[in-house]
Design a protein around this ligand. Structure first.
Ligand code: CP
Length: 332
């Protein structure tokens, strides 16, 4: 029986046809490959608290030049669940030879001699994109600068797919006080639009989604709405008509600008009452997800224990979809 399941998994991996490839942007995957990964993740979900030895003998390196709880640990969990091994640098500017000014390209060239796949988070997307081709093993973008965080989008798309059984036709508001810096927002908006969701990008006009992201979506003939400069009332009116609110977070300024930023962030506060009213009046659930970590004041914490909460649900799905991605890249 287990052998039959592994055979099915192998045929799914073959169908995805992504062995040996890097995932730097959500656009490195075709729509069919995304759905292929969702179906593979579904098959792997039963093993995300146990083990299925599909990539035994392989090594993953996690190089995280910025802090992380979820991305690094869920990739490492995925690799362990698949029977592989992990070598990790959680603070490479201190504990690796990056501290001795070794270039990122040299580092990737060297680490790829040890590891079969590298998951890297980096504060500078230009440096990361320039260095990635020096790796002799596939590289997975675990969040680069303000550019993209494709596997976060993949796990949030998978969570939506698991919640509704589809993505096409769903109305999703991606909202942030700063959509310029929200790398997850960039990946998610593109993934959602490509899979047929109706997307509204809500932000201050001065912090709207970068032109290159909007152009990439438009180049596929997809239109995405933008809503600028909402206040808390108009934002909550807008989300009343949505199936999901997606809060990608972003880096908040420190020091003198912090208070002004908090005031803008307050305009995108998801009220519990908004969700409750729609549930009572129309018997409809508006789901809320946040990529986490979240800050105080971003949403009503009563949502945590309501049917709308998807952000902790997504954590379990994150292991299954990352197991699927690792299998798709390494082969089984
Ligand atoms: N969502 C996310 O990327 O979380 P971490 O920063 O904890 O990895």
């Amino acid at each position: 029986m287990a052998e039959a399941k592994i055979k099915t998994i192998r045929s799914m991996v073959n169908e995805i046809n992504f062995v040996g490839r890097s995932l730097l942007s959500v656009n490195d995957l075709t729509d069919d490959q995304m759905y292929g990964l969702f179906n593979l993740a579904l098959a792997l979900e039963p093993f995300n608290r146990s083990m299925v030895p599909l990539v035994t003998g392989n090594v993953m390196s996690t190089l995280f030049f910025q802090p992380s709880t979820r991305t690094r640990m869920s990739f490492e969990t995925a690799m362990h669940r698949l029977g592989g091994a992990v070598i990790s640098e959680a603070n490479p500017m201190v504990t690796s030879s990056a501290a001795k000014e070794e270039s990122l390209s040299d580092m990737l060239k060297v680490v790829s001699k040890y590891a079969n796949v590298i998951v890297m988070r980096h504060f500078n997307d230009v440096d990361a994109r320039q260095a990635a081709p020096y790796s002799e093993s596939p590289v997975i973008n675990g969040g680069w600068g303000h550019w993209e965080h494709p596997t976060q989008a993949l796990l949030d798309l998978y969570t939506l797919y698991r919640t509704y059984g589809r993505i096409e036709g769903l109305k999703v508001c991606v909202a942030s006080a700063d959509l310029i810096e929200a790398r997850t927002g960039h990946s998610m908006a593109q993934g959602l639009a490509r899979l047929g969701a109706k997307v509204v990008l809500a932000s201050p006009q001065a912090k709207r989604t970068p032109e290159d992201v909007r152009e990439k979506i438009a180049s596929r003939g997809i239109s995405v709405e933008e809503a600028f400069d909402l206040n808390q009332d108009t934002f909550n009116d807008l989300i009343s008509g949505m199936d999901m609110v997606y809060l990608p977070g972003c880096s908040a300024p420190k020091g003198a600008e912090a208070e002004a930023f908090k005031a803008v962030m307050d305009n995108y506060f998801v009220r519990y009452e908004t969700l409750e009213k729609v549930a009572n009046d129309s018997n409809r659930t508006i789901y809320v997800t946040h990529t986490l970590p979240r800050r105080a004041g971003e949403m009503d914490l009563r949502i945590d224990t309501s049917p709308s909460q998807l952000y902790f649900e997504a954590i379990a799905y994150s292991v299954a979809i990352r197991m699927a991605l690792v299998c798709a890249i390494l082969g089984v």
